[in-house]
Design a protein around this ligand. Structure first.
Ligand code: PMT
Length: 408
């Protein structure tokens, strides 16, 4: 069976993987709710799930044979596990028991569900369902946080009364909620069809083979923007200075060191993108001549001749074709005044003014606050974590870009 390639948002293939927990009875209803929303649903189930619900019920509801055995020749002949993994546009593991979560996290491939999760290129959603104490246990929490780091999506759990009589977190989300989230997952996103090029992190200017000039940028703000933009449907190229961060899923990353490297990487990519964001803390100066050998201490003072670096943001803003161009302004005083000056002087569409006078915000912090300014307006984005701020900033950018395209 071929993969459905239609653009109809509801003609997607959902592979529902049912683990062996009491919430498996809800998975029958989940199939119906997914089908109501136009999804094509196939089911794989663990051996223990069969203790809670029969394959026949799931087959009748989905309209397809249900696979539960990795080494079942008949099932493999009909649609093998690799084919199933390829067929899926989204794998939804519901219920995901503590055992199943641990095994997916460990990369096990000794039964059908974990093997399918390993073999698929489709996004995987985990819907945890277990006793509250099992959910709260340190090892389950560690497993879930590892899965999140690998861009596995986690929906739930809900909280409330449990089959065992306990009350607390661990209930599988209701089928309608999971089906609505699945619909939302495939809905066209705010930045669908847009392509974003952005810079992040510091640049590093060598003095000699062991020393360099740089700054305190961690890259967290730029990486948060890259991740949020990819989540919002944009194609994203991230040109990053030296940072210690993992590349967000779906983001094309180009690593650079110096400002000149960053400029070269940006200009090599700029024409394939319609939005540019300069979030990097670019070194304004570099040493006039990099020493070939380690410079020896010869006196108490040392003079370094510095020369001005090219301005990447201004170069992009004056390039033809010109992307919708957004700069950042990191300031410690007169933030709005200096940001407005940069907006005009560098011929930008928008600027995100960043007060970096507080150690809790901006450079190398997990939180930030911005004052976003454009031609005839401005908006404050109050202090919050960088992930939330990135989404708010991109929402503003999408709005201003749409206004510009509409000639408003
Ligand atoms: O990386 P984090 O630790 O998360 O910190 C985030 C941040 C504080 C670095 C980020 O939010 C930020 O404010 N980035 C811009 C920092 C900066 O260099 O500001 P600036 O005012 O010096 O530069 C103004 C703009 O020109 C920036 O968009 C900068 O990328 C760009 N620029 C500057 C100099 C240069 N030679 N080329 C440039 O493109």
């Amino acid at each position: 069976m071929s993969k459905n390639t239609s653009n109809n948002q509801t003609s997607k293939n959902i592979l529902l993987a049912i683990g062996g927990g009491i919430a498996a009875y809800k998975s029958a209803d989940l199939i119906r709710r997914l089908k109501e929303r136009g999804f094509d649903v196939r089911v794989v189930m663990s051996q223990s799930a069969k203790e809670f619900i029969t394959p026949l019920t799931l087959q009748a509801l989905s309209g397809y044979p249900v696979a539960s055995d990795l080494l079942d020749t008949a099932a493999e002949a009909a649609m093998g596990h690799i084919e199933l993994a390829k067929w899926a546009d989204l794998v939804v593991v519901a219920p995901a028991t503590a055992n199943l979560i641990a095994r997916i996290n460990a990369g096990m491939a000794d039964e059908l569900i974990t093997t399918t999760c390993l073999a698929t290129e489709a996004p995987v959603v985990i819907c945890p369902a277990m006793n509250r104490q099992m959910y709260r246990s340190q090892v389950t929490q560690e497993n879930l946080s590892n899965l999140l780091k690998r861009d596995i999506i986690i929906w739930g759990p809900g909280s409330g009364s449990q089959a065992c009589g306990d009350i607390g977190p661990g209930r599988m989300l209701e089928p309608t909620d999971i089906a609505d989230r699945t619909l939302q997952f495939f809905a066209p996103k705010l930045l669908t069809g847009q392509s974003l090029l952005l810079t992040a992190g510091p640049t590093r200017e060598a003095i000699d083979p062991v020393r360099y000039i740089s700054n305190h940028s961690s890259g967290k703000m730029g990486f948060a923007i890259a991740k949020a933009a990819a989540d919002m449907g944009a194609k994203v190229t991230l040109v990053s200075g030296p940072v210690n961060l993992t590349t967000p899923a779906g983001v094309n990353r180009v690593d650079v060191q110096s400002t000149q490297d960053m400029l070269d990487a940006v200009m090599a990519n700029v024409e394939e993108h319609n939005i540019f964001i300069g979030c990097a803390a670019v070194a304004d100066y570099r040493v006039a001549e990099i020493a070939d050998e380690k410079i020896k201490k010869s006196s108490t003072d040392m003079q370094l001749a510095l020369v001005r670096n090219p301005d990447i943001l201004a170069t992009v803003a004056s390039h033809t074709p010109r992307p919708f161009t957004i700069g950042f302004a990191a300031e410690t005083q007169d933030v709005e005044h200096y940001a407005k000056d940069k907006l005009v002087r560098k011929k930008l569409d928008m600027i995100a003014a960043n007060d970096v006078s507080s150690p809790e915000l901006g450079f190398n912090a997990d939180s930030n606050a911005l004052k976003v300014i454009w031609g005839d307006g401005q908006q404050d984005l109050p202090a919050t974590d960088k992930q939330t701020l990135a989404k708010q900033l991109l929402t503003l950018i999408a709005k201003q870009l749409a206004n510009k395209q509409d000639g408003k």
